[in-house]
Design a protein around this ligand. Structure first.
Ligand SMILES: [Zn+2]
Length: 293
Protein backbone atom coordinates (compact mmCIF):
# COMPACT_ATOMS: atom_id res chain seq x y z
CA UNK A 1 0.00 0.00 0.00
CA UNK A 2 2.72 2.46 1.01
CA UNK A 3 4.76 1.46 -1.99
CA UNK A 4 1.78 1.92 -4.34
CA UNK A 5 0.99 5.26 -2.87
CA UNK A 6 4.60 6.38 -3.17
CA UNK A 7 4.55 5.35 -6.82
CA UNK A 8 1.33 7.24 -7.33
CA UNK A 9 2.84 10.44 -6.01
CA UNK A 10 5.96 9.98 -8.11
CA UNK A 11 3.79 9.34 -11.15
CA UNK A 12 1.78 12.42 -10.50
CA UNK A 13 4.92 14.53 -10.12
CA UNK A 14 6.46 13.09 -13.25
CA UNK A 15 3.27 13.53 -15.25
CA UNK A 16 2.79 17.04 -13.98
CA UNK A 17 6.28 17.92 -15.15
CA UNK A 18 5.19 16.68 -18.56
CA UNK A 19 2.27 19.06 -18.40
CA UNK A 20 -0.34 16.31 -18.24
CA UNK A 21 -3.33 16.50 -15.98
CA UNK A 22 -3.29 13.69 -13.52
CA UNK A 23 -5.55 13.34 -10.56
CA UNK A 24 -4.64 11.11 -7.67
CA UNK A 25 -7.08 10.33 -4.89
CA UNK A 26 -6.75 12.66 -1.98
CA UNK A 27 -5.72 10.79 1.08
CA UNK A 28 -5.59 11.68 4.71
CA UNK A 29 -1.90 11.36 5.31
CA UNK A 30 -0.71 11.08 8.84
CA UNK A 31 2.50 12.88 9.64
CA UNK A 32 3.21 10.62 12.56
CA UNK A 33 4.68 7.24 11.95
CA UNK A 34 5.22 4.01 13.75
CA UNK A 35 8.79 3.62 12.58
CA UNK A 36 10.33 6.64 14.27
CA UNK A 37 10.58 8.33 10.89
CA UNK A 38 8.17 10.90 9.50
CA UNK A 39 6.02 10.01 6.52
CA UNK A 40 8.15 10.90 3.46
CA UNK A 41 7.49 14.44 2.27
CA UNK A 42 6.65 13.11 -1.19
CA UNK A 43 3.75 11.20 0.32
CA UNK A 44 2.42 14.27 2.06
CA UNK A 45 1.58 16.32 -1.01
CA UNK A 46 -1.96 17.66 -1.10
CA UNK A 47 -3.96 18.60 -4.15
CA UNK A 48 -5.66 21.95 -4.39
CA UNK A 49 -8.45 22.74 -6.83
CA UNK A 50 -8.09 26.31 -8.00
CA UNK A 51 -11.12 28.41 -7.07
CA UNK A 52 -12.26 31.59 -8.85
CA UNK A 53 -10.18 34.68 -8.05
CA UNK A 54 -7.32 32.63 -6.63
CA UNK A 55 -3.76 33.44 -7.68
CA UNK A 56 -0.44 31.64 -7.25
CA UNK A 57 0.34 34.14 -4.48
CA UNK A 58 -2.95 33.65 -2.63
CA UNK A 59 -2.66 29.86 -2.82
CA UNK A 60 0.94 30.03 -1.62
CA UNK A 61 -0.09 32.22 1.28
CA UNK A 62 -2.93 29.87 2.21
CA UNK A 63 -0.52 26.95 2.56
CA UNK A 64 2.28 29.02 4.09
CA UNK A 65 4.54 28.43 1.10
CA UNK A 66 6.38 30.66 -1.33
CA UNK A 67 4.96 31.20 -4.84
CA UNK A 68 8.29 29.85 -6.18
CA UNK A 69 7.67 26.51 -4.45
CA UNK A 70 4.14 26.25 -5.87
CA UNK A 71 5.41 27.03 -9.38
CA UNK A 72 8.33 24.58 -9.05
CA UNK A 73 5.92 21.76 -8.15
CA UNK A 74 3.49 22.68 -10.94
CA UNK A 75 5.26 23.42 -14.22
CA UNK A 76 1.89 24.29 -15.80
CA UNK A 77 2.01 27.45 -13.68
CA UNK A 78 5.29 28.65 -15.10
CA UNK A 79 3.58 31.64 -16.71
CA UNK A 80 2.37 32.57 -13.22
CA UNK A 81 -1.32 32.02 -14.11
CA UNK A 82 -3.65 29.52 -12.49
CA UNK A 83 -6.60 27.95 -14.27
CA UNK A 84 -9.84 27.82 -12.27
CA UNK A 85 -10.89 24.24 -11.64
CA UNK A 86 -7.48 22.74 -12.27
CA UNK A 87 -5.82 20.76 -9.50
CA UNK A 88 -2.33 21.69 -8.41
CA UNK A 89 0.20 19.98 -6.15
CA UNK A 90 0.87 21.39 -2.72
CA UNK A 91 4.02 20.16 -0.94
CA UNK A 92 4.19 20.00 2.88
CA UNK A 93 6.80 22.75 2.98
CA UNK A 94 8.99 24.88 0.75
CA UNK A 95 11.51 22.99 -1.30
CA UNK A 96 12.13 21.19 -4.53
CA UNK A 97 11.84 17.65 -5.83
CA UNK A 98 15.15 16.24 -7.02
CA UNK A 99 15.77 13.03 -8.89
CA UNK A 100 18.87 11.30 -7.52
CA UNK A 101 21.15 10.80 -10.56
CA UNK A 102 22.18 7.19 -11.14
CA UNK A 103 25.44 6.43 -9.40
CA UNK A 104 24.76 9.11 -6.80
CA UNK A 105 23.28 8.87 -3.35
CA UNK A 106 20.99 11.11 -1.36
CA UNK A 107 24.03 12.05 0.74
CA UNK A 108 25.56 13.68 -2.33
CA UNK A 109 22.25 15.50 -2.90
CA UNK A 110 22.42 16.73 0.69
CA UNK A 111 25.96 17.99 0.11
CA UNK A 112 25.01 19.63 -3.20
CA UNK A 113 22.09 21.53 -1.66
CA UNK A 114 24.02 22.16 1.56
CA UNK A 115 21.41 20.63 3.79
CA UNK A 116 22.14 18.55 6.87
CA UNK A 117 22.04 14.92 5.68
CA UNK A 118 20.12 13.74 8.73
CA UNK A 119 17.42 16.31 7.99
CA UNK A 120 17.17 15.22 4.34
CA UNK A 121 17.09 11.58 5.46
CA UNK A 122 14.26 12.23 7.92
CA UNK A 123 12.25 14.42 5.57
CA UNK A 124 12.29 11.58 3.06
CA UNK A 125 11.10 9.00 5.57
CA UNK A 126 14.50 7.40 6.29
CA UNK A 127 14.59 5.60 2.95
CA UNK A 128 17.92 3.94 2.20
CA UNK A 129 18.16 4.58 -1.54
CA UNK A 130 15.39 6.90 -2.70
CA UNK A 131 15.38 7.67 -6.41
CA UNK A 132 13.54 10.93 -5.93
CA UNK A 133 13.92 13.12 -2.86
CA UNK A 134 12.21 16.18 -1.53
CA UNK A 135 14.86 18.79 -0.65
CA UNK A 136 13.36 21.20 1.86
CA UNK A 137 14.40 24.79 1.85
CA UNK A 138 15.83 25.52 5.26
CA UNK A 139 15.84 29.11 6.43
CA UNK A 140 19.28 30.60 6.05
CA UNK A 141 20.93 33.88 6.67
CA UNK A 142 22.47 35.60 3.64
CA UNK A 143 25.76 34.13 2.39
CA UNK A 144 25.53 31.19 4.72
CA UNK A 145 25.07 27.65 3.55
CA UNK A 146 22.04 25.72 4.74
CA UNK A 147 23.54 23.57 7.46
CA UNK A 148 21.45 24.37 10.47
CA UNK A 149 18.12 22.77 11.19
CA UNK A 150 15.47 24.81 12.96
CA UNK A 151 16.22 25.04 16.65
CA UNK A 152 13.59 24.87 19.39
CA UNK A 153 12.59 27.85 21.44
CA UNK A 154 14.80 27.67 24.54
CA UNK A 155 11.81 28.22 26.84
CA UNK A 156 10.36 24.91 25.61
CA UNK A 157 13.47 22.98 26.59
CA UNK A 158 12.68 21.97 30.13
CA UNK A 159 13.80 18.41 29.57
CA UNK A 160 16.87 17.51 31.59
CA UNK A 161 18.06 14.15 32.81
CA UNK A 162 20.58 11.42 32.20
CA UNK A 163 19.91 8.12 30.44
CA UNK A 164 22.28 6.05 32.62
CA UNK A 165 22.72 5.69 36.38
CA UNK A 166 26.38 6.75 36.18
CA UNK A 167 27.88 9.55 34.12
CA UNK A 168 29.49 7.89 31.11
CA UNK A 169 32.36 8.73 28.78
CA UNK A 170 31.23 10.33 25.54
CA UNK A 171 32.80 8.13 22.87
CA UNK A 172 31.34 10.11 19.97
CA UNK A 173 29.68 13.49 20.37
CA UNK A 174 26.82 14.95 18.34
CA UNK A 175 27.45 16.72 15.03
CA UNK A 176 29.79 16.34 12.08
CA UNK A 177 32.28 13.55 12.67
CA UNK A 178 34.92 11.70 10.70
CA UNK A 179 34.56 7.96 10.59
CA UNK A 180 37.92 6.64 11.92
CA UNK A 181 37.80 3.53 9.73
CA UNK A 182 37.11 5.06 6.30
CA UNK A 183 37.74 8.77 6.86
CA UNK A 184 34.25 9.70 5.65
CA UNK A 185 32.59 12.73 7.16
CA UNK A 186 29.11 12.06 8.45
CA UNK A 187 26.53 13.67 10.68
CA UNK A 188 26.07 11.99 14.05
CA UNK A 189 22.53 12.74 15.16
CA UNK A 190 23.11 11.73 18.77
CA UNK A 191 25.71 11.12 21.42
CA UNK A 192 27.42 7.79 22.12
CA UNK A 193 27.75 7.08 25.85
CA UNK A 194 30.04 4.19 26.76
CA UNK A 195 28.49 1.58 29.05
CA UNK A 196 28.77 -2.17 29.50
CA UNK A 197 26.29 -4.39 27.73
CA UNK A 198 23.25 -4.91 29.94
CA UNK A 199 23.54 -1.58 31.80
CA UNK A 200 20.01 -0.28 32.48
CA UNK A 201 18.95 2.66 30.29
CA UNK A 202 16.68 5.25 31.88
CA UNK A 203 14.14 7.71 30.53
CA UNK A 204 15.57 11.23 30.86
CA UNK A 205 12.17 12.68 31.62
CA UNK A 206 8.48 12.02 31.92
CA UNK A 207 6.77 11.13 28.68
CA UNK A 208 4.99 8.63 26.48
CA UNK A 209 6.68 5.75 24.68
CA UNK A 210 5.88 6.16 20.97
CA UNK A 211 8.21 3.52 19.56
CA UNK A 212 9.74 0.38 21.10
CA UNK A 213 11.05 -2.04 18.50
CA UNK A 214 13.82 -2.84 16.04
CA UNK A 215 14.51 -0.06 13.54
CA UNK A 216 17.26 -0.50 10.94
CA UNK A 217 20.62 0.97 11.85
CA UNK A 218 19.28 2.05 15.24
CA UNK A 219 18.83 -1.59 16.25
CA UNK A 220 16.47 -1.94 19.18
CA UNK A 221 15.11 1.55 19.65
CA UNK A 222 12.93 3.28 22.21
CA UNK A 223 11.45 6.70 21.44
CA UNK A 224 9.78 8.80 24.13
CA UNK A 225 7.77 11.93 23.40
CA UNK A 226 8.03 14.62 26.08
CA UNK A 227 6.08 17.81 26.59
CA UNK A 228 7.35 20.96 24.92
CA UNK A 229 7.74 19.31 21.50
CA UNK A 230 10.74 17.23 22.53
CA UNK A 231 11.62 13.61 21.98
CA UNK A 232 14.37 11.35 23.31
CA UNK A 233 15.71 8.25 21.53
CA UNK A 234 17.66 5.33 22.98
CA UNK A 235 19.32 3.08 20.39
CA UNK A 236 21.35 -0.14 19.94
CA UNK A 237 19.56 -1.55 23.00
CA UNK A 238 20.10 -5.14 24.01
CA UNK A 239 16.63 -5.43 25.52
CA UNK A 240 13.52 -3.25 25.54
CA UNK A 241 11.53 -2.97 28.77
CA UNK A 242 8.70 -0.67 27.70
CA UNK A 243 5.91 -0.79 25.15
CA UNK A 244 4.23 1.76 22.89
CA UNK A 245 1.70 3.94 24.67
CA UNK A 246 3.28 3.43 28.07
CA UNK A 247 3.73 6.50 30.27
CA UNK A 248 7.18 6.72 31.82
CA UNK A 249 8.65 8.86 34.56
CA UNK A 250 12.14 10.28 34.72
CA UNK A 251 14.54 7.48 35.69
CA UNK A 252 12.28 4.61 34.63
CA UNK A 253 14.20 1.78 32.95
CA UNK A 254 13.36 1.60 29.23
CA UNK A 255 15.86 -1.09 28.24
CA UNK A 256 19.51 -2.09 28.48
CA UNK A 257 22.68 -1.15 26.64
CA UNK A 258 23.47 -3.40 23.70
CA UNK A 259 25.09 -3.61 20.30
CA UNK A 260 22.07 -4.08 18.01
CA UNK A 261 21.73 -2.29 14.69
CA UNK A 262 24.76 -0.62 13.10
CA UNK A 263 26.64 1.24 15.84
CA UNK A 264 29.24 3.79 14.70
CA UNK A 265 31.80 2.60 17.25
CA UNK A 266 32.58 -0.93 18.31
CA UNK A 267 32.50 -0.64 22.10
CA UNK A 268 29.05 -1.20 23.67
CA UNK A 269 27.38 2.16 24.12
CA UNK A 270 24.06 3.93 24.27
CA UNK A 271 23.30 6.05 21.22
CA UNK A 272 21.20 8.80 22.75
CA UNK A 273 19.31 11.47 20.83
CA UNK A 274 17.16 14.46 21.63
CA UNK A 275 14.92 15.75 18.86
CA UNK A 276 12.59 18.69 18.65
CA UNK A 277 9.43 19.03 16.66
CA UNK A 278 9.83 21.41 13.72
CA UNK A 279 8.08 22.03 10.44
CA UNK A 280 10.44 19.47 8.93
CA UNK A 281 9.60 16.76 11.43
CA UNK A 282 11.63 15.62 14.43
CA UNK A 283 14.98 17.37 14.08
CA UNK A 284 18.03 16.18 16.00
CA UNK A 285 19.47 18.54 18.59
CA UNK A 286 22.75 18.36 20.47
CA UNK A 287 21.81 16.23 23.51
CA UNK A 288 24.53 17.93 25.57
CA UNK A 289 22.22 20.73 26.65
CA UNK A 290 19.67 18.26 27.98
CA UNK A 291 21.99 16.00 29.94
CA UNK A 292 22.06 16.62 33.66
CA UNK A 293 22.47 14.33 36.60
ZN1 LIG B 1 25.77 6.98 17.76
Amino acid sequence: MTFCYRLLILCSIVTSTLGLVYTSPQSALAQTSVTGCPTPALERFQRHKVAPRETVESIAQRYNLTPATIIAMNPSLQNGKVVVGREIQIPPYNGIVVEVPSGQTWRQIAAKYKIRPDVLFDVNGCQKNPRVVFVPEVKRSPNRPITEAPTPTPSLSKLTGYPLAEVATVALPYGWQTNPTNGQVFFHSGMDLLAAKGTPVQAIGEGTVVFASEQGTYGNLVIINHSGGLQSRYAHLDSIKVSVGQQVKKGDTVGSVGTTGTPTINQPHLHFEVRSSSSLGWTAQDPKGYLQR
